[in-house]
Design a protein around this ligand. Structure first.
Ligand code: PLP
Length: 451
């Protein structure tokens, strides 16, 4: 169904994105709110694509960017260092646990993932492990749209046309333990899913496996999937046993959204490499980072240098924006706020299950939350894909003035989930407004599909 049908006609455009779909024209944004050019107001219930973590038009960031524009907007890294990049890197490292201490700036999530993959590969070559090149990932998953990041993405519709252009990478099932109807406990299921990694490493030949990449708290591809606690430590043990690097894709789960600075900080296991973007500069500038420890970076630099880099890496304006965003996160205690507001919102979403039998699961951590639409809660059988249920619900929400994010992918079977991820600055009364709009949208959706 055409989402654009409910929207005002817009003049012809020279732009194109993924489809011909047209959208309202944004006029301005502030806090958790957007206004379009017709004066209509929308609550940003998904922080865009889980990006605008500190809300829109924050005066501290606007002022910091203004100051940087007045000084220098671009200085190429082969000619100059810049203070914004230096200060941001140091401040970021201050939020990280384990031995992550070196930062490589990029402009987005796909670039951050590519950078982790290429750094891992050069580290292997530099340390005499040149036979290692395979990167195992999970299915479903999304790690970006550049060819390297796509090669580790588990999302057939996105990857299939490009298969001949990519090195095929092995995939293991994502730990969708909530779908299982076996006699195991959740913790046993966590170990079972983690052990699939070891099986795959052994099948591929450990001497060929470079890394395993996963989102510690899932994003759009799985609908905020959280594995059983036992999964994380077991994955770390397996990687250690076979000399495989563990890469956390924190593009969506990082920068405080889950109620800890990194999504992976909810568990004791530590990754070797981390990809960050989205909430890191919270939409104020394109920015991302690949973060690594000295033990990985130094051998690469000793062996002649990292053969990788983007023109805009460490851009002073982007870094000034990122620095101001981190200051807001610190000054306003937004990581703790994501945890407490997330608990509140999650409890309200869970209550929806009493009213709507077609909501099968509510999950996530902090303000990275999702609920799943099902035909049968007992079996977790998905709704008929042809209903396009997730897109219908997004459209009903949009009509109410609520923006939410949705996907229809679930390990092996198609399933619909809706991500509800407002900015971390969302107030309790705004959560109430969000829930009122969501309930109205769910009522309209249920009536439309006779659920
Ligand atoms: N990794 C994850 C987990 C993501 O969610 C995304 C984007 O949604 C990416 C990587 C790619 O980021 P970008 O779209 O900024 O290239």
């Amino acid at each position: 169904m055409a989402l654009a049908s409910a929207l005002p006609n817009r003049p012809a455009s020279h732009l194109f994105y993924q489809t011909r779909q047209r959208r309202p024209l944004v006029e301005r944004a502030e806090g958790v709110w957007f206004w379009d050019s017709d004066g209509r107001r929308y609550l940003d219930g998904s922080s865009g694509a889980m990006v605008s973590n500190i809300g829109h038009s924050h005066p501290h960031v606007v002022e910091a960017m203004r100051r940087q524009i007045g000084k220098a907007t671009f200085a190429y890294r082969l000619h100059f260092e810049n203070e914004a990049a230096e200060t941001l890197a140091a401040k970021l490292v201050g939020h990280l646990t384990g031995d992550l201490s070196r930062v490589f700036f990029v402009s987005g999530g796909s670039e951050a993932v590519e950078s982790c993959l290429k750094l891992a590969r050069q580290y292997a070559v530099a340390t005499g492990q040149g036979s290692r090149y395979k990167v195992i990932s999970r299915f479903p998953s999304y790690h970006g749209c550049t060819l390297g990041a796509l090669a580790v993405t588990g999302y057939t519709a996105l990857t299939a046309p490009f298969a001949p252009m990519m090195q095929e990478m092995p995939k293991i099932p994502a730990p969708t333990a909530y779908l299982d109807r076996d006699a195991l406990t959740m913790e046993q299921r966590g170990l079972k899913y983690a052990d699939l990694l070891e099986r795959e490493i052994l099948a591929q030949g450990p001497e060929t496996v470079l890394a395993f990449i996963m989102e510690p708290v899932g994003g759009a591809s799985t609908g905020a999937l959280v594995a059983p606690d036992s999964y994380y430590g077991r994955v770390r043990e397996i990687c250690d046993r076979h000399g495989v690097l563990l890469i956390y894709d924190e593009v969506m789960s990082g920068a405080g959204r889950t109620g800890r600075f990194l999504g992976g900080d909810h568990w004791a296991a530590r990754p070797d490499l981390v990809a960050l973007s989205k909430g890191f500069a919270a939409g104020y500038s394109p920015l991302g980072a690949a973060v690594a420890p000295d033990r990985i970076v130094e051998p690469v630099l000793d062996a002649g240098g990292f053969l990788h880099g983007f023109t805009y890496a460490g851009n002073p304006l982007a870094c000034a924006a990122g620095l101001a965003v981190l200051e807001v996160i610190e000054n306003e205690g937004l990581v703790a706020r994501a945890a407490s507001r997330g608990d509140l919102l999650k409890s309200k979403l869970a209550l929806l299950m009493e009213r709507y039998p077609f909501i099968g699961d509510v999950r996530g951590k902090g303000l990275l939350l999702a609920f799943e639409l099902v035909a049968d809660r007992e079996t977790m059988a998905p709704l008929e894909p042809s209903l396009n249920a997730h897109a219908r619900l997004v459209e009903r929400a949009f009509e109410q003035g609520l923006i939410v994010y949705s996907r229809r992918t679930r390990g092996g079977r198609a399933g619909d989930h809706i991500l509800v991820c407002p900015p971390m600055v969302v107030s309790e009364s705004e959560i109430d407004e969000l829930m009122a709009m969501l309930t109205a949208a769910l009522d309209a959706f249920a009536a439309e599909l006779k659920l």
